[in-house]
Write a protein that binds this ligand. Structure first.
Ligand SMILES: NC(=O)c1ccc[n+]([C@@H]2O[C@H](COP(=O)([O-])OP(=O)(O)OC[C@H]3O[C@@H](n4cnc5c(N)ncnc54)[C@H](O)[C@@H]3O)[C@@H](O)[C@H]2O)c1
Length: 376
């Protein structure tokens, strides 16, 4: 088996290290960061021999794959350059910052035929995977509604520790709409696999209540209508002062309902028709159904237990390497990455037009021109 050599760009890429280390025949041989201190800190900690400050220099080395964990506005230029150099790409969220960029990304992936995967780690938590397995087993009946919430005040990240304005103050907190939708949509679309988001409509609070110098709304609600008619509600609040609640999800089907915990001792709850007391419609713990967990989650290796996002950061890396080795498309492939990212980009247009519905292009291969158009 040929060893796969990986290079990481951007400090956050260190979250993938434990995953890569645990896989036979994979080595992280190179790291790149503009900040020399960060570069050497991670390089020394992880014993990574090759260190670069210039990304293009790393691409000229003998690595087979790159992890892109730089600021969002660099993801597409760096991913396209990597693919052009014949490297596989694991890109942090979101995939890109403009609609045109998403098409460039897809064109490059199709042209160079390497693996592209977006690192949407929230799809990989045990609870999301268990609900997915129950849904695939038909226990929810026909799912028709879901919710995903990302409630995480990041307004302090508008400024770096050294007092300088950060990239987030432009590409995240400087924009209106649901700019960071993939942590909400990833799990939801894992449950609606086979469907796609056809239309969205976004309403926001406007941003005037808290830190008005940042253009982002305190809270946005984006309704996503799928091609099947199913509906998903995505709530993003990154400028609202409140405790974190980054993992709140709901799935409603004709025979079952799941709700994630919302804090203070609450647990993952589920009701499935035909389970429990037949005379009562009552919640029970999601974990009562844990025999449905995908095999690799039942006895996770130590590395997975230590990895971030309840093991998500570990299993995600495993899927990336499997996709490279088998040549099969990963779940978070370039088309889904573009679709989920587009929800955020188009929500900006919708919210600025009083919540008007906007159609989401069908990014899949060989779609007729009419399917690729954004209609207001
Ligand atoms: N999936 C998750 O749970 C999660 C969590 C946090 C951040 N993220 C994503 O990770 C990415 C990075 O976020 P962050 O919070 O680590 O940002 P950050 O600003 O803290 O770090 C970015 C790093 O990239 C380096 N960098 C910037 N430009 C570079 C260039 N041209 N070449 C090489 N290195 C460069 C910086 O020096 C810095 O070390 C973002 O896309 C963000 O959305 C994802």
């Amino acid at each position: 088996m040929k060893t796969i050599k990986v290079g990481i760009v951007g400090a956050r890429g260190r979250s993938t290290l434990a995953g890569f280390r645990a896989i036979e025949g994979v080595e992280v041989t190179a790291i790149c960061d503009l900040n020399e201190e960060v570069l050497n800190q991670i390089g020394d900690m992880a014993n990574i021999p090759k260190r670069y400050r210039v990304y293009e220099d790393m691409l000229e080395s003998d690595i087979d794959a790159v992890v892109i964990a730089t600021p969002m506005q660099l993801h597409v230029p760096q991913a396209v350059a990597a693919m052009e150099a014949g490297k596989h790409v694991l890109s942090e969220v979101t995939a890109g910052v403009t609609m045109d960029e998403l098409w460039w990304l897809i064109e490059a992936k199709e042209k160079y035929n390497v693996t592209y995967m977006m690192a949407e780690n929230y799809c990989y938590t045990p609870a999301v995977q268990l609900v997915g397995a129950l849904r695939r087993a038909g226990l929810f009946g026909e799912p028709f509604y879901a919710e995903g919430e990302y409630l995480h005040d990041i307004s302090h990240l508008a400024v770096y520790n050294n007092g300088k304005t950060s990239w987030r103050s432009y590409w995240q907190l400087g924009k209106r709409g649901s700019f960071y939708p993939t942590h909400s949509l990833g799990p939801v679309m894992h449950w609606f696999i086979g469907d796609r988001i056809a239309e969205i409509s976004c309403f926001g609070t406007g941003g005037q209540f808290f830190r008005p110098e940042l253009r982002q709304d305190e809270l946005t609600v984006t309704m996503c209508q799928m091609a099947s008619g199913a509906l998903a509600k995505i709530t993003v609040a990154c400028k609202a002062p409140r405790p974190h609640n980054m993992h709140a999800y709901l799935l409603q089907g004709t025979k079952g309902c799941y709700e994630a915990p919302r804090g203070l001792g609450d647990d993952h709850k589920i009701w499935l028709e035909g389970f429990g007391d037949p005379d009562k419609v009552e919640w029970q713990s999601l974990w009562n159904f844990k025999e449905y967990l995908p095999e690799r989650y039942k006895n996770p290796p130590k590395e997975a237990e230590k990895a971030g996002h309840q093991g998500g950061d570990y299993f995600l890396v495993q899927d990336f390497i499997d996709a490279i080795r088998t040549g099969e498309e990963p779940f978070c492939n370039v088309y889904r990455a573009a679709e989920w990212t587009a929800v955020g980009l188009l929500s900006e247009i919708s919210v600025q037009n009083g919540g008007r519905a906007v159609s989401v292009p069908n990014f899949r291969k060989n779609m007729p021109r009419g399917e690729k158009i954004v209609r207001l």
